[in-house]
Design a binder for this molecule. Structure first.
Ligand code: MN
Length: 716
């Protein structure tokens, strides 16, 4: 375990201005907080945050990041709070620790492996500060190094898969090659130990048969460069098992065919030397065509620079060679963090303190993540900016759902499954009940409250933004309508049949299916309900002998005893029934007589019996249908109505009228005025009332006002 002074020394080694006291305080605080907690390895828990901090010193990170690493598990695993950390270590560090804690919580609840790409995007989107992500990566690396202590094979497998799918690519994306390689190899050891063992065994055999070939080749390269006056360091290495395995898999080749077992790095001082070294190597050994790449003149998006070439080298062995300066070398291993350190050293005098340094390299890293992503390295083409039109939300089980910005819980429900969308009645966002039209934000945990009895509301169409939700809602409404039309059709048939002393039983209706070209009874009923088929036609098909008795219809024929018989269609209120609606601007009210008009494709349209617009259905008696109010008076319901009021042009007249209406417990929805002449105003008032009685009382009261000269209902 890294000791306190060793950690401090490491930081001071690359950042002499580091806040030593702060690191010491965090070290002691974390040790105290984690107390006697143990890791799976049996080590004190505290060894973990120290190792994580140690990994981050390799990346030469700033004091805040190192301190964050020391504290990164204190909120999640000890009694520490955000408030306390703010007090002791300042707001910046507290918010970094908070960020790491959030990522940890997501990690604990998510089924990420299946959703690697989304999850990587999510991690980026959630990490407002890239240092949070760096601490998380180091945390993962240490957990991978100690993975073998975890006893559950399933858990080891899950963690390794997640590392391979999410964290290793993230590290690569951030240009931190060392961490990427190690994460991949540790995960490989867990995920495919047989393959790894075989590879290692074959490599050992190869080494035994060829002696220390890496060293011999490196020395020969070096000697040749020295001959030409180039100062260089040549490092040979075997590739890591996983990177070999990946190449073998990708190109379906055997180990023997793999040219890239050996990699050599030629490290020089200046860029000029890179090209001179290349010239020397290419003069003395044959090159493998198609393997030359100049990433110095054209760096990779993540900042990587080097010249790559492959030679048929000494002993006729294929050797991959990377030529780079020392600075490029550090950047290749440690990413942009190293880049920053070099820049600062070069900048010398204008070094304006630790905070500014941090700021510069963070900005560079973010820039790189935004603009980076070459297809060969990452297929995902993620850019931070792209996330601004997406939100990432979770189900309570941790399923990650990506939605367009502005999406609502209804969109979320349909994105999970159509059945869930269709049965949604409410939602909880982060544990709190919220309206279904709420716009979701990044990281929201959305729990959908469902009821099998529920169907999608037509109102949802007004606020959902995903096509999937919209089309599912429409489809479901269409189906609901069919069901309601069938129910309504049944009622209409019963009324018509009872009028001639018959009953529309299923057996009798079956007989009519053939003649009326209907597939089944529910289709027949729905056709009657949506008025594409008349009840009289069904009656005639069932009892052809009755047809002769029927006289041609006139308005009023079917209105005998309206509202009394059991055969009447009941109107329970406004709007709940998809097969029934109120005629536009006719304002029927409970307490007044109403009639229904069958409208093909729409069901029943309700009119007050004295609505002027009813005149257009005179002589079309088959469309008229008996309806009656059946309003549940226990549930207060308001109905729209419209008045035309003529008032004197006096100061305060309008105030008198509106306050009187309010006094009577009615709400004004709309009011428009027109001056008729100098003495009078005409006004149209749209208001809500409980029933006809309520409206009548308001009208008499208005008539009693001295400023009012006339009051009348207004309707089409
Ligand atoms: Mn941790």
């Amino acid at each position: 375990m890294l000791r306190q002074y060793e950690l401090v020394d490491r930081v001071l080694g690359y950042d002499p201005k580091a806040d030593e006291a702060l690191i010491n305080r965090a070290y002691v605080y974390a040790m105290k907080q984690h107390g006697s907690q143990k890791r799976a390895s049996g080590d004190p828990y505290f060894s973990h945050p120290i190792e994580v901090a140690g990994i981050l010193t390799d990346l030469k990170l700033d004091t805040s990041t190192i301190v964050t690493a020391l504290l990164h598990d204190t909120i999640e695993d000890t009694g520490a709070t955000m408030e306390e950390l703010t007090r002791l270590f300042g707001a910046e560090i507290a918010s970094l620790v908070d960020g790491v804690t959030k990522l940890t919580r997501i990690e604990l609840t998510s089924e990420r492996s299946k959703q690697a790409e989304n999850f990587r995007k999510f991690l980026l989107a959630m990490s407002n500060d890239i240092r949070v992500l760096l601490v998380k990566l180091a945390d993962r690396l240490h957990n991978m190094r100690t993975l073998h202590f975890i006893s559950s094979p399933e858990k080891r497998q899950r963690i390794a898969q997640e590392t391979m799918d999410i964290y290793a690519p993230l590290a690569g994306r951030m240009g931190i090659q060392e961490i990427r390689d190690e994460l991949e190899d540790l995960a490989f050891a867990q995920l495919n130990p047989e393959a790894r063992d075989t590879l290692l065994k074959r490599l050992n055999e190869f080494r035994a048969s060829s002696g220390d070939i890496v060293k011999r080749i490196a020395e020969e390269f070096h000697a040749k460069l020295v001959d030409h006056g180039i100062v260089a360091e040549v490092v040979g290495r075997e590739k890591r098992p996983y990177s070999m395995w990946r190449k073998m898999e990708r190109r379906s080749i055997s180990l023997e065919q793999l040219s890239d077992i050996f990699g050599f790095r030629v490290i020089v001082d200046e860029i000029d030397d890179c090209y001179r070294a290349l010239g020397v190597l290419h003069t003395h050994w044959a090159t493998v065509p198609g393997r030359f790449k100049d990433y110095i003149s054209t760096p990779k998006n993540n900042g990587y620079r080097s010249i790559h070439t492959t030679l048929i080298g000494p002993e006729k062995k294929r050797a991959e060679v990377q030529i780079r300066t020392r600075k490029m070398h550090e950047v290749a291993d440690y990413g942009i963090a190293a880049h920053w350190v070099y820049k600062e050293k070069g900048a010398g005098a204008q070094n304006s303190g630790e905070f500014a340094n941090t700021f510069i390299w963070l900005r560079q890293l973010i820039e790189m993540l935004e603009h980076g992503s070459s297809p060969e390295e990452f297929l995902e083409h993620t850019k931070l900016q792209m996330f601004s039109d997406q939100v990432f939300c979770f189900s309570p089980k941790g399923l990650l759902i990506t939605l367009p910005r502005g999406a609502t819980p209804v969109d979320f429900a349909y994105a999970v499954h159509t059945d869930i969308g269709d049965t949604t009645v409410g939602c909880k966002i982060n544990g709190r009940h919220m309206p279904l039209r709420t716009q979701l934000t990044n990281g929201d945990e959305v729990e959908i409250v469902r009821s099998q009895a529920q169907r999608p509301s037509p109102a949802w169409e007004g606020f959902v933004i995903t096509g999937k939700a919209r089309s599912a809602i429409r489809r479901s409404i269409r189906m609901s309508k069919q069901i309601e039309f069938a129910r309504l059709g049944k009622q209409i048939l019963r009324a018509t049949f009872e009028a001639v002393g018959k009953e529309p039983t299923d057996t009798i209706l079956e007989r009519t299916l053939g003649p009326l070209h209907k597939g089944d009874i529910s289709e027949l009923l729905a056709s009657v309900g949506d008025a594409t088929l008349s009840a009289e036609q069904v009656l005639a098909a069932a009892y052809p002998e009755l047809t002769l008795k029927k006289s041609s219809s006139k308005k009023g024929k079917k209105l005998n005893g309206a509202g009394t018989g059991s055969s009447v269609i009941h109107v329970s209120g406004r709007g709940q029934d998809l097969s029934m609606h109120f005629a536009h601007e006719t304002f029927p009210l409970p307490g007044e007589r109403i009639v229904g008009i069958l409208t093909p494709g729409e069901g029943i349209t309700i009119y007050p019996i004295d609505a002027p617009s009813l005149a257009e259905f005179d002589g079309d008696g088959t469309r008229w249908i008996d309806v009656a109010w059946d309003v549940d008076t226990d549930v207060p319901q308001m109905f729209p109505s419209r008045l035309r009021v003529t008032a004197r042009n006096e100061v305060g007249a309008l105030g008198n009228i509106t306050s009187l209406i309010a006094d009577y417990g009615s709400n004004i929805n709309n009011l428009s005025m027109a001056q008729r002449d100098t003495d009078f105003y005409d006004m149209q008032i749209d208001l809500d009332v409980r029933d006809l009685k309520h409206l009548t009382r308001i009208m008499s009261a208005l008539n009693g006002l001295s400023v009012v000269s006339s009051v009348a209902r207004s309707r089409r």
